[in-house]
Design a protein around this ligand. Structure first.
Ligand code: ADP
Length: 181
């Protein structure tokens, strides 16, 4: 499924983000940039040791921020390591922090002059963010950004399971039919 915003395609795909051929893929990293399970582990396994070496040199990334490394053995040239919030009930600034993690990732892409980027569902795995809210924030933040930054041609959400894909697609349908909500 996809939608078009002022010339930018925003697409949903079911699959493994490590196989993406966009200029950059985004990692749902932790603040220590130490790797781990989920999509983070998958990216480091597929990309090889050079990504972790660069992460060690960078050392730390605050929640809501994003840092860039090369893509190692991946097809993507860069990995943008974004740190989403751990969900603790919603009263601790989680929505702003999740929005910021997407926005900062897009800013890193713009700074590097990239035209295409793939995202996982940041914070929607072990960090426990409610899926429908996480999908809404993800889509709205990317839509708002590409309206201001026409240089991004393609933003893909690469979703690892059918249930996550279905939630993103129903959020996208709502946005297409009714605009912002
Ligand atoms: P977080 O700690 O930010 O919650 P997780 O890695 O636990 O990050 O989960 C984020 C999302 O990434 C989840 O929906 C999970 O199913 C998904 N995921 C796991 N592996 C992959 C992969 N190889 N490609 C794309 N998404 C993945």
């Amino acid at each position: 499924m996809e939608m078009q915003i002022d010339g930018t395609i925003i697409a949903l795909a079911l699959g493994d983000i490590t196989l993406e051929e966009t200029d950059a893929i985004v990692n749902a990293a932790n603040s220590g940039l130490r790797g781990g399970g989920g999509v983070d582990g998958a990216i480091h396994r597929a990309g090889g040791g050079s990504i972790m070496e660069e992460c060690r040199k960078i050392g730390f990334c605050p929640t809501g921020q994003a840092v860039v490394t090369g893509g190692g053995n991946l097809k993507a040239r860069y990995v943008i390591h974004a740190v989403g919030p751990i969900y603790r009930g919603g009263g601790r600034g989680e929505a702003d922090l999740l929005k910021s993690a997407y926005r900062e990732s897009l800013k890193r892409a713009t700074e590097k002059g990239l035209r295409s980027i793939s995202f996982p569902a940041i914070s929607a795995g072990v960090y426990g963010y409610p899926l429908d809210e996480a999908a809404h924030i993800a889509l709205m933040t990317v839509i708002d950004y590409v309206k201001e930054h026409r240089e991004i041609d393609l933003a893909r959400f690469v979703l690892f399971s059918r249930d996550v894909y279905d939630v993103f697609s129903s959020e996208m349908k709502k946005l297409m039919c009714c605009g912002r909500s």
